[in-house]
Design a protein around this ligand. Structure first.
Ligand code: PLP
Length: 421
């Protein structure tokens, strides 16, 4: 595979930007080598600047549930752009997006749009603190909620990939308000509530972990979180930035039948443009400015381009059978390669682990052979299949993938695994 133009661009990018990238995991540090610079995407495929084509399972890290350049999304963007890109004043599409979100997620009666998942989670935590009058929060080791200071404590995604469990620059005093429990281990949560009675503002959790590789909740785990938070008067915050409109129209909360107090969304609701959202019960959201005393704002929040792409995406997802289709394709993929190695899958999100045993905890994730994953990643890239350049991430199937894409992928995965030995 020729990467001549990508190599030249990457060399220059490294002079101009830390690691040559604007988000760490794109740099291929975990798997080594040169990241292809992407020139275009259409449907299930992306093409790099050297003309190499890949079947894409990165999906821009989750937003592109309809695949690349979906005609409805492109048309909505063109229409919006022609009418002006930003006003700093309310626009109709914000109301439409809010209607679509609240209609799909009954736990969200009222919401605020922001520009990223990071902002959504940061604001959700502030809101939980404002509402409860308490300071401490619980997060799970290996869960990632963006890069706000208090959430970069034992974080997943790039934090795991790059071995930076707690970032430099986060004040100790601030990080000490974040308590860390183990995912799928309710005892570890109950111990914290016993140690800090009436002090914990809330728990933030990825209901299906995606940032330590995909790890679904074990039976009773989410129900247990609901029970202990309700008992203590703490908020249960579901970070559905990945799972919202991914694992079903009602997100993970719909799939597992749990009502969180606050939900964060991102990725899919922006259809590939920068959007985030936090929302919940009306009485909680009424604490947000201008109604309440919790301040949070944004120059470009509810931006007409971004919300138009979101509305177009969520409208497509309302068509009958969409989730059945992507789940069926994802099942075809994971069944096809599942005999060869361990795959965790929830809906259309999945991760393959080089670990013979079940993977239900961060400890079991960390037993996976990440070096082997790097070799596997390159063996697939060479064969025109693009997956996440790190063991600790999810892969995504979109509505644009075809059975032929999936079967070609299975074939190439088998070849790649055979090459690894
Ligand atoms: N929460 C989860 C579960 C995520 O996966 C991510 C990003 O990958 C975030 C929050 C942060 O979102 P963003 O990268 O848009 O700031």
């Amino acid at each position: 595979m020729q990467l001549t133009k990508s190599e030249a661009l990457f060399a220059e990018a490294q002079r101009l930007m830390p690691g040559g990238v604007n988000s760490p995991v794109r740099s291929f540090r975990a798997v080594t080598g040169t990241p292809p610079f992407i020139a275009s995407g259409s449907g299930s495929r992306v093409v790099d600047v050297d003309g190499n084509e890949y079947i894409d399972y990165l999906g821009s890290w989750g937003p592109l549930v309809l695949g690349h350049a979906h005609p409805s999304v492109v048309a909505a963007l063109m229409r919006a752009a022609e009418n002006g890109t930003s006003f700093g004043a309310p626009v109709e599409q914000e109301v439409e997006l809010a209607r679509l979100i609240t209609g799909a997620l009954p736990s969200i009666e009222s919401l605020r749009l922001v520009n990223s998942g990071t902002e959504a989670c940061m604001s959700a935590i502030r809101l939980a603190r404002a509402f409860t009058g308490r300071d401490k929060i619980i997060k799970f080791a290996g869960n990632y909620h963006g890069h706000a200071d208090g959430l970069l404590v034992r974080a997943g995604s790039g934090g795991l990939t790059h071995g930076i469990p707690t970032s430099a620059g986060v004040p100790e005093s601030y990080a000490s308000e974040t308590l860390v429990a183990d995912f799928n281990d309710l005892d570890s949560v109950e111990q914290l509530f016993n140690s800090y009675p009436n002090a914990i503002a809330g728990i933030i959790v990825e209901p299906v972990a995606g940032n330590m590789g995909v790890v679904g909740p074990t039976p009773g785990f989410l129900e247990g979180l609901r029970r202990v938070t309700a008992h203590d008067g703490a908020m249960l915050i579901f970070d559905e930035v990945i799972t919202g409109f991914r694992v079903g129209a009602g997100g993970a909360q719909g799939l597992y039948g749990i009502m969180p107090d606050i939900t964060t969304l991102g990725k899919i609701i922006g259809g590939g443009l920068p959007v985030g959202c936090y929302g919940g019960r009306r009485e909680i959201m009424e604490r947000v400015a201008p109604l309440g005393d919790m301040y949070q704002a944004g120059t470009l929040s509810g931006n007409p381009l971004a919300v138009s792409a979101g509305v177009a995406t969520l409208t497509e997802l309302r068509k009958p059978g969409v989730y059945e289709q992507i789940d069926r394709l994802a099942t075809r993929l994971t069944d096809g390669v599942g005999a060869a190695f361990r795959i965790n899958r929830v809906g259309s999100m999945f991760t393959g682990f080089f670990n013979p045993g079940p993977v239900e905890s961060l400890a079991e994730v960390e037993q996976s052979d990440a070096t082997k994953y790097g070799r596997y990643f390159h063996a697939l890239l060479e064969r025109g299949v693009y997956i996440a350049p790190s063991q600790f991430e999810a892969g995504f199937v979109s509505t644009a993938h075809t059975e032929a894409d999936i079967d070609a992928t299975i074939e190439r995965v088998r070849e790649a695994l055979a090459e690894l030995g």
